[in-house]
Design a protein around this ligand. Structure first.
Ligand SMILES: Nc1ncnc2c1ncn2[C@@H]1O[C@H](COP(=O)(O)OP(=O)(O)OP(=O)(O)O)[C@@H](O)[C@H]1O
Ligand SMILES: [Mg+2]
Length: 358
């Protein structure tokens, strides 16, 4: 278990700046998940921490030691990639043991470590097979096994499950969560998958254009996004944002309706954020917002209603999966004051008139 501290990290490729002044302190044993749009620098950051990519500025410390210029091997980290890249001519056992060939270990020690990793990953029955006789999920577990036997100070995962089909992803995700509990190791994990981020992370780091937009527990980020980017990036669908304008009475004009609040909304509110599940369809004329049902998506347990408000803005309402609305019909939506997040014109969340900082 190790701490990892990133201080004012910078990275440029040629003249292109990927990161400037990125800082983050990762606690020992923490499971940190990085999310963000494609190209925002997630893989680059992981590769910089691993030592596979040069750092243009700032420092990387592992357990307090500056490793910014250290060779990858000297950092004691293990990285697992999307492509598992196993040696096809070697058995699973040989593939896993191969990761130890540079370390001066006895045969017994190597065998013990391979057995321990195989037990943890439940691949004991496949140790004598070659990779081509394994499923994708089993191959990725072998790749994780290679990482485990090195007893790294921390694990770095770059979208390890994205080559797997949905069912295998779920199984392997649960195994990675169990592995984290069992090893208590520090894990840094990049994913595009909302469910992986929400379920695996102690803390999620949302990146955009090389900047940290917010760091926090899944609950914090989902319920109290610091800004409109995080509000819309996390959650499927993302948070609905509706343009708002304060009226002379201190109420808000939004979505084509005059909205009254029991506690006045923060000064400077330019948008109201409402999660899909915070919007409740109700009898026409009885809710706080009025609109027309453009279309609905039946998802089994959930039903998503795409509603065009009187203002012309589209919101997505998440309700239970009973198909009982008519497309094209007028629909009324209600919500509670407590479920509103308020954002200023720059997209920063506001609480009682104060900007929340990430
Ligand atoms: N070797 C390189 N030379 C120049 N630019 C690069 C190089 N590697 C990456 N980049 C650029 O750096 C930026 C960040 O890339 P990176 O691969 O870290 O993104 P990412 O967040 O992992 O994206 P994805 O989600 O698609 O994997 C991108 O704009 C990319 O084009
Ligand atoms: Mg990437």
């Amino acid at each position: 278990m190790s701490t990892i501290e990133l201080s004012s990290l910078a990275k440029t490729y040629g003249g292109t700046e990927i990161f400037r002044d990125l800082s983050l302190a990762i606690e020992s044993g923490e499971f940190i998940v990085f999310v963000g749009p494609s190209g925002c620098g997630k893989s680059t950051l992981l590769r910089m921490i691993a030592g596979l990519e040069e750092t243009s500025g700032g420092t990387i410390r592992i357990d307090g030691t500056d490793v910014t210029r250290a060779e990858p091997q000297a950092r004691g980290l293990s990285m697992v990639f999307q492509s598992y890249a196993l040696y096809p001519h070697m058995t699973v056992r040989e593939n896993i043991a191969f990761a130890l060939h540079n370390e001066k270990l006895s045969k017994d020690e190597i065998a013990a470590r391979v057995a321990e990793a195989a037990r943890a990953l439940r691949i004991e029955d496949y140790l004598d097979r070659r990779p081509k006789a394994l499923s994708g999920g089993q191959r990725q577990r072998v790749a994780i096994g290679r990482a485990i036997v090195r007893k790294p100070r921390a694990f770095l995962f770059d979208e390890p499950l994205s080559n797997l089909d949905a069912a295998l992803r779920t199984d392997t995700r649960i195994e990675i969560a169990a592995l984290h509990k069992q090893l208590g190791a520090t894990m840094l994990y990049v994913t595009h998958d909302q469910v992986e981020a929400m379920t695996l992370a102690d803390r999620i780091v949302v990146l955009n254009k090389g900047k940290i937009m917010q760091v926090g527990t899944p609950e914090e980020l989902y319920s109290n996004p610091a800004n409109a980017f995080v509000a819309q990036f996390l959650g499927n669908p993302g948070m609905n944002l509706v343009a708002a304008r304060a009226t002379e009475t201190g109420d808000l004009q939004a979505g084509g309706a005059a909205l009254r609040f029991s506690v006045p909304p923060p000064i400077g509110t330019a948008r109201i954020g409402l999660r899909g599940e915070a919007l409740r369809p109700c009898d026409p004329g009885t809710g706080r917002l009025a609109g027309t049902l453009a279309f609905q998506e039946y998802l089994g347990a959930d039903l998503c209603l795409h509603v065009d408000l009187a203002s012309g803005e589209r919101v997505v309402v998440r309700t239970t999966g009973m198909r009982r609305h008519q497309e094209g019909a007028a629909i009324s939506l209600d919500f509670s004051d407590a479920d509103c997040t308020f954002f200023d014109a720059d997209g920063n969340a506001l609480i009682a008139g104060n900007a929340v900082t990430a």
